[in-house]
Design a protein around this ligand. Structure first.
Ligand code: FAD
Length: 169
């Protein structure tokens, strides 16, 4: 297991429960990969969270897929809240960052289960429609699994019961 650095402003760190709550509520985030020519590739994507994993679906090819095949280290960021307070020159934010390993799922039954999970996340209680969509689209999609190794949530100091944090930098 890699060593992941701690958050400097520890008082702003969310509990595990609150952090996972954000992952369960949000519908998209930014997946950061090692892209072409050593440039980081940060790509917005929909996802579903379950039991320490993030699941994505994708077309069969492209920059994202090439990057995942070349390097399995990834991070993923979700912004739940970005409430700008102009007069304070700040934003009351709440966000999550995950680090982990990312893989294309080759196992057909796992892939099918992931497609169902993703479908239900975005369109619950519509099993007939989901089944048709899966029959039509499964062979043309890739299922991608992100195994979370390190997960943190953070909120703006203004959201932490009004505490000030100005002396830390
Ligand atoms: C809210 C949201 C949800 C999304 N959900 C999904 C999803 O669930 N699954 C999925 O596969 N895709 C999703 N997308 C689209 C995703 O961002 C990519 O465009 C798509 O996955 C293709 O990526 P690629 O690397 O294969 O594209 P390629 O065409 O191979 O990328 C080539 C280049 O195009 C540019 N590019 C690619 N995507 C974008 C982009 N979104 N914005 C600006 N420039 C771009 C970059 O310069 C990239 O290097 C979502 C986008 C948004 C905004």
């Amino acid at each position: 297991m890699e060593h992941f650095r701690p958050m400097r402003r520890l008082r702003q760190q969310l509990s595990d429960e609150d952090t996972i709550g954000i992952l369960q509520r949000a519908t998209s985030g930014t997946l950061a990969l090692l892209g072409d020519n050593g440039y980081p590739y940060a790509v917005p994507i929909s996802y579903v969270y379950a039991d320490g994993h993030l699941y994505f679906h994708s077309a069969l090819s492209g920059h994202k897929v090439d990057a995942i095949r070349a390097c399995d280290k990834a991070s993923f960021c979700v912004i739940e809240q970005d409430q700008v307070h102009p007069k304070e020159y700040t934003t009351y934010f709440r966000s999550v960052i995950a680090f982990g390993r990312i893989h294309i799922v080759e196992d057909e039954s796992e892939k099918l289960e992931m497609a169902r999970m993703l479908g239900r996340r975005y369109n619950p209680n519509d099993e007939d429609n989901l089944q048709k969509e899966i029959e039509h689209g499964l062979s043309r999609m890739l299922a991608i699994r992100f195994d979370i190794e390190h997960l943190t949530g953070k909120e703006a100091i203004e959201l932490v019961g009004g505490k000030q944090d100005k002396q830390e930098s």
